[in-house]
Ligand binder design. Structure first.
Ligand code: PIF
Length: 397
């Protein structure tokens, strides 16, 4: 009946059976002086400075990588498209779509996972399963691997920060790889620079600029170039993206244009076709870290899932959970404790001349001499065969 429905809605909502809102709104962060922190750490690598938990959103960089799969249906579509140039258009739209959720997210930063922290995400509705691990602490490197019936996607990201006074640039190093087995495609692309403006005294806003090149390693056929235009005081092309799909000789086959927060079009106006457009934002998103519906779902922990996850999964990380629940003081205390236990583990390794070995990813050097992280293929096997409850895992918190 009706009363029951409204009760369940209040307790968690119904979208795909997943929650449709966070347990608590974003706390007031006006008391945090980023200026004091930065002033006291001039010249220091900011990744080595412990930031107040109030600056964080209740998601970490592993979950952010999963969030880039929100529009995975573009990949499903690509794997069902005979024309290779059209497949490239869809891959390009997917690459652009990864930036859409950042539009409302300039206020907070993701948690920095501890070394060995993992995150899995199974989405039957989207048809993929995703696993990620923090494989290096200094510098922070996150690796992930996602598979479905029609595509395999993997990437590793290493973040570099540049603080410019009024703004901060985040330079992601690493490669996104996408395999469409049906056609034997292996696409590879880079990411662009992200910049948080007015970092000290808002309004903060985020911009992405630079060039993405998508290549298909398995066939010399077409490639794609996407330019994320850098705005300036005079031009109105904020968030603009322009690009083209080209054949092996550099001849333009398709023109692409749009805005990374609004959508991507193929062709020439007015006859251009919309390839992708972001979904609508949930109610009151400004109060809830600017999270999309998909982002809201990422850190949900239900009892059935809790029973099968490894204890290293982000959903168990106490400080992040406490922040999500709006308990900033406890979150802050727990963050300090989690960081201290990580330091102890590091000291222990150093004293014994040992090196940390990631559990689910291994380092490889590709044909161009680039170092990258790929799955070792054990996560889902261990989960299915023994179950993580019976296996020994590192105690991270
Ligand atoms: C701590 O991480 P924080 C520090 O790394 C600290 O050095 C370490 O101690 P140790 C702690 O264990 C860590 O918890 C620092 C840094 C982390 C990232 C990548 O979380 C963010 O306290 C990439 O923070 C952002 O943060 C991507 O780096 C956005 O998590 C798309 O670099 C920063 C600051 C960025 C500020 C942005 C502000 C935006 C509002 O003793 O082991 O060294």
């Amino acid at each position: 009946g009706a009363p029951q429905t409204s009760l369940s809605t209040r307790e968690g909502g119904f979208r795909n059976g997943r929650r449709s809102f966070l347990p608590a709104p974003c706390p007031d962060t006006s008391g945090v002086s980023l200026w004091n922190i930065l002033r006291n750490n001039i010249g220091k690598d900011l990744a080595k400075v412990s930031m107040p938990v109030e600056l964080n959103e209740p998601l970490n960089t592993l979950q952010r990588l999963c969030e880039e799969l929100e529009y995975s249906e573009l990949l499903e579509q690509a794997s069902d498209t005979e024309d290779p140039a059209q497949r490239m258009v869809l891959a390009a739209a997917f690459a652009v779509s990864a930036y859409a959720p950042t539009y409302y997210r300039s206020g907070n930063k993701p948690f920095n996972p501890v070394l060995g922290e993992t995150y899995e995400c199974i989405r039957e509705d989207k048809g993929f399963r995703f696993v990620a691990e923090q494989v290096s602490h200094h510098p922070p490197i996150s690796a992930c691997h996602c598979e479905s019936k029609t595509f395999v996607l993997w990437q590793d990201v290493r973040w570099k920060n540049k603080f410019w006074g009024k703004s901060m640039e985040i330079l992601p190093l690493g490669t996104v790889s996408l395999n469409l087995p049906k056609y034997g495609d292996l696409y590879e692309w880079n990411k662009v620079t992200s910049c948080i403006h007015n970092i000290l005294n808002g309004p903060r806003w985020i911009e992405h600029y630079g060039e993405i090149t998508i290549r298909n390693r398995r066939s010399g056929g077409c490639s794609c170039k996407l330019t994320f235009v850098k705005g300036n005081y005079w031009n109105s092309n904020v968030n603009e993206v322009q690009g083209a799909v080209m054949d092996a000789d550099g001849k333009v086959l398709h023109r692409l244009f749009g805005k990374w927060h609004e959508g991507l079009y193929c062709g020439v106006p007015p006859s251009a076709k919309c390839i992708w457009r972001p979904g609508s934002m949930p109610n009151d998103y400004q109060l809830y870290y600017g999270f999309t519906r998909f982002a809201i779902e990422l850190n949900e922990l239900d009892p059935a899932l809790a029973a099968v996850l490894p204890p290293t999964d982000t959903r168990f990380r106490p400080d992040q959970r406490l922040l999500e629940e709006g308990n900033v003081e406890a979150a802050s205390e727990e963050k300090r404790r989690v960081e201290e236990t990580q330091r102890e583990r590091r000291r222990h390794l150093e004293e014994n001349n040992l090196q940390h070995q990631p559990r689910f990813f291994r380092r490889v050097v590709d044909s161009s001499g680039r170092e990258c992280w790929v799955t070792n293929g054990t996560y889902w096997e261990l989960r299915r065969e023994s179950g993580f409850a019976k296996l020994e895992s590192q105690v991270l918190w």
